[in-house]
Design a protein around this ligand. Structure first.
Ligand code: G6P
Length: 473
């Protein structure tokens, strides 16, 4: 194949391996927003995407899919265990989400993380044309920018960090903190979700590496004694709002929303939670608040049903196995105490659904509960808002989700304050239509005027403008 002028490097490829009814193996496009956002850029630039297919030990040659050149990176079962489940999701993930679960620091995992990052960097270098733009995604690949800069100094390198970057006092726990900072600083532009994340990163760079930072600029020394500038600032990610609006306006989806309400016994109010089953999401906190409202008699099970979609995630990591047990115990207790023959308190679904079904659920839900204890952005909050083309519904939003910086017209809560969360749920349930409309219109304005396309354009423009500004000492 021709080398590519634009290359995305991410842990996952933008496709899912699908086994058809006849056993035939095909590829389907992943539902994620990143895929949609980059689609036009990939097509125009004849782009390539380097990533893992999501299953161990699969040897797959590069192939074309939907106008994009896909370059699979092979991970052995051991790589998956040490690099993906271990270092990425049992060290970095909990550490960067404020140590909600205890991070484990294993030298064997760190070795695997370096080895696999090198493999991604080599694959990206091999497919990149001279002076190409390479955009590295997320915490699984923090060493790739520096590895690429060393092997291919001609490249323009961007990195976007989709999850939080923690405060210095937490980040400094990481035994390999300097290597990770150096890894990221291989990029010309390092993007974060929130201004606070970029600030935390700059502080860690100052404290650990003693590099100078000024506004969003960082002065990075080169090996030859010269310096270059890197940019570290916030680029809040978003969704492809119009595709949610289009679905929300479709008759089938609207009919499905009515059907969902009916199948729940037509309660007066439906509360909704939609998350990957992850300890960062505060699922237990919202269940506790809801359960107590039933216990207190402030709401009745006939009137208020809570639907929780918890999609399966990282199911072999111990903290996730334990979380699932705890959540399912809580659901069983609350339902056992409050269900009637005709009404259930919590309709719990440990499943993933296509986007059409999600939009129908958003339309069926009077109140959306986003109670994350820490979250890079939380796109579910934005999806709910984009789907409410009727300007109804109330978003209850944790101040610890990145989305809270933009969505000021939500009812903002501290999920640790169960009393406050209960009051917020009551306020949401009782909110008059006029106030719902006022708030929802203002939320929608923000989500519609800053879509994921704006996000990728802003990032790539910054990358373009910033590249090549050498400084000599
Ligand atoms: C978060 C991360 C992504 C990740 C996704 C799903 O949104 O920022 O990088 O792909 O979770 O997690 P998984 O481990 O299944 O890729």
């Amino acid at each position: 194949m021709e080398k590519a002028e634009f290359v995305v490097v991410a842990n996952r490829l933008p496709v899912d391996h699908i086994t058809g009814a006849d056993g035939e193996q095909t590829w389907g496009r992943s539902p994620g927003g990143l895929v949609t956002a980059l689609d036009p850029v990939m097509r125009n630039a004849d782009g390539a995407w380097v990533g893992w297919v999501g299953q161990p030990d699969l040897d797959i040659e590069p192939f074309e899919f939907d106008g994009t050149h896909l370059v699979p990176v092979r991970l052995s079962a051991e790589d998956v265990e040490l690099y993906y489940e271990g270092f990425s999701n049992d060290t970095i993930w909990p550490l960067y989400h404020d140590v909600i679960a205890a991070p484990r620091y294993s030298r064997v995992w760190w070795e695997a993380y370096q080895r696999v990052n090198r493999r991604f960097a080599d694959a990206a270098a091999a497919v990149s044309a001279e002076n190409a733009i390479v955009w590295v995604q997320d915490y699984q690949l923090q060493l790739v920018p520096q590895m690429l800069r060393q092997s291919r100094p001609d490249l323009t390198i961007g990195y976007f960090h989709h999850i939080p970057f923690p405060a210095y006092g937490l980040f400094s726990q990481l035994p390999w903190r300097r290597q990770v900072l150096q890894g990221l600083l291989g990029a010309d532009v390092i993007g974060f979700q929130r201004v606070a994340d970029a600030g935390n990163f700059a502080r860690a760079v100052r404290r650990q590496l003693r590099y100078e930072t000024k506004a969003s600029g960082i002065t990075v020394p080169n090996d030859d004694g010269t310096t270059r500038r890197a940019l570290a600032r916030a680029f809040p990610i978003s969704i492809d709002a119009s595709s949610y609006m289009q679905l929300a306006r479709s008759e089938q989806v609207q009919a499905r929303a009515v059907q969902i309400r009916e199948s729940l016994g037509n309660p007066a109010y439906i509360l909704l939670g939609v998350d990957r089953l992850d300890y960062t999401k505060g699922i237990q906190h919202r269940m506790k608040a809801y359960g107590e409202l039933l216990d207190d008699g402030r709401i009745q099970v006939e009137d208020v049903t809570f639907v929780q979609v918890a999609s399966p995630s990282r199911e072999r990591v111990a903290a996730y196995i334990q979380l699932r047990d705890e959540i399912e115990l809580a659901v069983g207790r609350i339902n056992g105490d409050h269900d009637t023959m005709h009404h259930t308190a919590i309709r719990y679904l440990h499943q993933a659904y296509p986007r059409e079904e999600m939009v129908a659920l958003y339309l069926a839900a009077d109140v959306m509960l986003v109670t994350a204890l820490r979250d890079g952005m939380n796109l579910v909050a934005k999806e709910y808002v984009a789907s409410r083309v009727d300007n109804r519904g109330v978003l209850v939003l944790s101040e610890f989700a990145g989305a809270s910086d933009e969505l000021g017209s939500a009812i903002r809560i501290n999920p640790h304050d169960i009393g406050g969360l209960k009051d917020a749920i009551m306020r949401a349930i009782e909110m008059p239509a006029a106030e719902q409309g006022r708030r929802m219109r203002s939320l929608r304005r923000r989500v519609l005027e800053h879509t994921v396309e704006d996000w990728s354009r802003d990032f790539l423009q910054a990358l373009d403008a910033f590249h090549g500004r050498e400084e000599t000492q």
